[in-house]
Design a protein around this ligand. Structure first.
Ligand code: KG4
Ligand code: ZN
Length: 340
């Protein structure tokens, strides 16, 4: 029996729709919202308005690009949370209406779990090995930094998480201090590739267990720049590449330290990263480096599946469909929604 899912993601500032058939991605459309660039961060009210304008054309294109017709869709999935309530409401309302109109089941998906599940998206004509379970995953996004185990039944156990800022926030906030536009993570990544990672030393937190903290680094970075700018007002412009490389290296060291500890503690050797920061080239190459001298099999999601996308919602929904985990029309979005 073939299963075709229409999936919708609208938790933040990307409107995305995807068609997933039997675990294979047939299409994955993403409409980005440029309006936020002017404000240095996502403006919730503008985000929900843009979702409203984008959702129908994006869904339409996802169906056309998949080369299917609407009556081939067996279920419609949407992101229930976590995210911006107004943004989530657009996707959830659309999915509910679509399920009702087409008389097909509705499937709700946790956005964080979907980031992790992106490792199971299959691309036609591009067969890749899928992780075996249990799988140890470092989820690093703009709002979350968590060490997670995907267990044999695809349920999630959390080993640790950040006690303050997320890794993506550390990238974005430090980028903002350097005068870079939002989101600064990708910009730091690109400057870092031309810089010296040992040029400057920044603070590393001492946090118990498998938890993370990034707020100290952010403050340290801010004060460091403030002092240097007093001596030379062009300090940032002259050193942007070395600053980026050193900052990125510090964030990667912090992330890897706990990931190694988690792998040693659990004995799991199937290791992956997920979420927007998983696009970071330094983090990706460091992980491949670590795998060489450890008994690790490392999984790096394709770039297009690291940041927010509906294919990851679709693959999560596909496994829920197989378990007949459907949602009633009474469901509503959740701004906060735990992954476990
Ligand atoms: O998962 P995501 O798309 O949205 C959330 O659910 O948060 O992650 C967005 C985060 C932003 O903080 C962005 O700066 C960061 O991912 N990011 C990166 C890179 N690409 C995206 N951070 C570092 N290096 C990158 N190449
Ligand atoms: Zn996300």
């Amino acid at each position: 029996m073939s299963v075709t899912i229409l999936a919708i993601e609208s938790s933040c500032d990307d409107t995305s729709a995807s068609i997933i058939r039997d675990g294979y991605m047939l299409s994955n459309l993403i409409a980005n919202q440029d309006v936020h660039r002017l404000y240095g961060g996502v403006v919730p009210e503008l985000a929900s308005r843009a979702h409203q304008a984008n959702i129908i054309p994006v869904v339409d294109q996802a169906i056309i690009q998949a080369g299917i017709t609407q009556d081939e869709i067996d279920a419609v999935a949407f992101t229930r949370g976590p995210g911006l309530l107004g943004s989530l409401l657009v996707g959830a309302s659309f999915a509910k209406g679509y399920a009702l109109a087409q008389s097909i089941p509705l499937i709700e998906v946790n956005h964080l779990k979907a980031h992790v599940m992106s490792h199971w998206i299959k691309v036609p004509g591009k067969e890749m090995p899928l992780p075996e379970l249990p799988f140890l995953c470092l989820l690093v996004s703009g709002g979350h930094t968590q060490l997670l185990i995907v267990k044999d039944d695809f349920s999630i156990e959390e080993l640790g998480s950040t006690i303050d800022d997320a890794a993506g926030e550390a990238f974005d906030k430090c980028a903002k201090v350097m005068g870079l536009t939002y989101p600064g993570g990708p910009l730091i990544d690109s400057y870092a590739s031309k810089g010296n990672k040992d040029a400057f030393k920044f603070t590393r937190p001492r946090i118990a267990d498998l938890n993370y903290s990034f707020s100290g680094l952010k403050t340290n970075f801010l004060y460091f720049l403030r002092d240097r700018i007093k001596e030379d007002k062009d300090f940032i412009a002259k050193n942007i590449e070395d600053l980026s490389a050193s900052l990125q290296q510090t964030i990667i060291d912090i992330l890897l330290d706990k990931l190694v500890k988690a792998a040693n503690k659990t004995g799991i050797n199937q290791i992956g990263i997920a979420g927007g920061v998983a696009a970071n080239s330094g983090l990706r190459s460091r992980l491949l480096e670590e795998a060489k001298h450890r008994d690790w099999e490392v999984f790096l999601p394709e770039f297009r599946f690291t940041t927010d996308n509906a294919a990851m919602i679709g693959i999560t929904a596909y496994y829920k469909y197989l378990n007949k985990e459907f949602t009633g029309q009474g469901t509503s979005p959740l701004a906060r929604y735990s992954i476990t």
